[in-house]
Design a protein around this ligand. Structure first.
Ligand SMILES: Nc1ncnc2c1ncn2[C@@H]1O[C@H](COP(=O)(O)OP(=O)(O)O)[C@@H](O)[C@H]1O
Ligand code: SF4
Ligand SMILES: [Mg+2]
Length: 333
């Protein structure tokens, strides 16, 4: 079966006063129907830019290279060659038709993504009407209530009449999820959707997203800086560092047997994963206009040797699981 989302060698570059910088470099992955892929990395590793580039919401002036294909679900209009969309060469008008209908995104801070002066119900209805102008008002309302139920919003009729500021942080995030799902997309990108929430609410939203994955056969790209969350929700994980994927594999495998020193560092720094005492990774993510010549992690890596600085290491397949597990490190050889 073809994957829902197929990304191959995606590179995003931005113009700055110091020249072009590359927040996303040569990123490749596949996302199958009903699968959850966790994208994890410290702040500044390019996760949001990757998501925005796939949604066609990257900053003006940015340039994208590579390939990104969205394969439409059979239920959304059949199969065949006409049912894949080239996300990188689609025009803005075509992207508007895809966003919400085929691929949606939930952002970290729902308050900035919601319109403060419109009732929640109106915003969900709007997300449906954009794609289904033919629907009668009563039908739109019915679909909106259904979306609210999918997002497990209690008392949906009452909540629909409220404004965003009248909702708690958790309910606002649920409202965002209802908006994102209202037009029935098959791919959902969730960019740190629980980072602004307290632990209990965070858990509820994670449970909800996981349930939706099964119920709606949703393919989920789940972005987080917290490797602990990945263990709870993702089937597979891709670890990003300075714009590149440095390790990729089944979530359980990567968490238990990480192969890249950066992933090891993230595990030692994650409260829910660290086996001994918590230990943060020394140093900081390098500035994109001052990247080391070889492995971008080298300045922070305790295994560094001269070879690490010669060139950017390739993603190398793990000998024990070559089909599924890869890491961008010379130690893999
Ligand atoms: N509009 C922009 N102009 C210049 N640099 C940007 C812009 N947006 C993001 N960046 C840079 O791109 C890198 C990746 O950012 P981002 O994708 O937001 O990382 P993450 O989501 O992993 O924290 C960072 O170094 C950030 O400073
Ligand atoms: S390539 Fe070298 S510097 Fe980079 S992570 Fe591997 S050992 Fe460390
Ligand atoms: Mg981000």
């Amino acid at each position: 079966m073809a994957p829902r989302l197929e990304v191959c060698g995606l590179t995003v570059e931005l113009p700055t006063r110091a020249g072009w910088i590359g927040p996303v470099k040569d990123v490749s992955f596949e996302l199958a129907a009903g699968e959850t892929l966790g994208i994890v990395g410290e702040s500044g590793s390019g996760k949001t830019m990757l998501a925005l580039a796939l949604m066609g919401l990257h900053p003006p002036g940015a340039r994208r290279r590579g390939e990104a294909w969205l394969h439409r679900a059979a239920g959304n209009g059949g199969s065949g060659p006409g049912n894949r969309f080239d996300l990188l060469s689609a025009r803005e008008r075509e992207m508007r038709a895809l966003r919400g209908r085929e691929i949606s995104m939930v952002f970290q801070e729902p308050m900035t993504a919601l319109n403060p002066v419109l009732r929640v119900g109106t915003q969900i209805e709007e997300a449906i009407r954009v794609h289904r102008p033919d629907l009668a008002r009563s039908e739109v309302r019915r679909h909106a209530l259904e979306a609210m139920k999918h997002a497990a919003i209690p008392e949906p009729q009452r909540r629909a009449r409220q404004y965003p500021h009248q909702l708690s942080g958790g309910l606002r995030q649920r409202a965002m999820i209802a908006i994102a799902l209202a037009a029935g997309p098959s791919v959902l990108i969730a960019d740190e959707p629980t980072t602004a929430l307290d632990m209990t609410v965070q858990k509820q939203i994670l449970d909800l997203l996981q349930a939706l994955g099964g119920e709606l056969k949703l393919s989920l790209l789940f972005i987080t800086h917290d490797l602990g969350i990945v263990g709870q929700i993702a089937d597979r994980v891709a670890v990003m560092y300075a714009g590149r994927i440095v390790e990729e594999g089944p979530a359980a495998k990567v968490l238990r047997h990480p192969r890249h020193p950066y992933t090891e560092g993230l595990i030692r720094a994650a409260p829910r994963l660290a086996r001994e005492r918590l230990e943060s990774i020394p140093g900081a993510v390098p500035a994109l206009d001052h990247l080391p010549p070889g492995c971008a992690f080298a300045p922070r890596c305790s295994h560094r040797v001269a070879e690490c600085d010669a060139r950017v290491p390739d993603l190398i397949r793990a000998a024990e699981d070559p089909e599924n597990h890869r890491a961008r490190c010379i130690l893999m050889r």
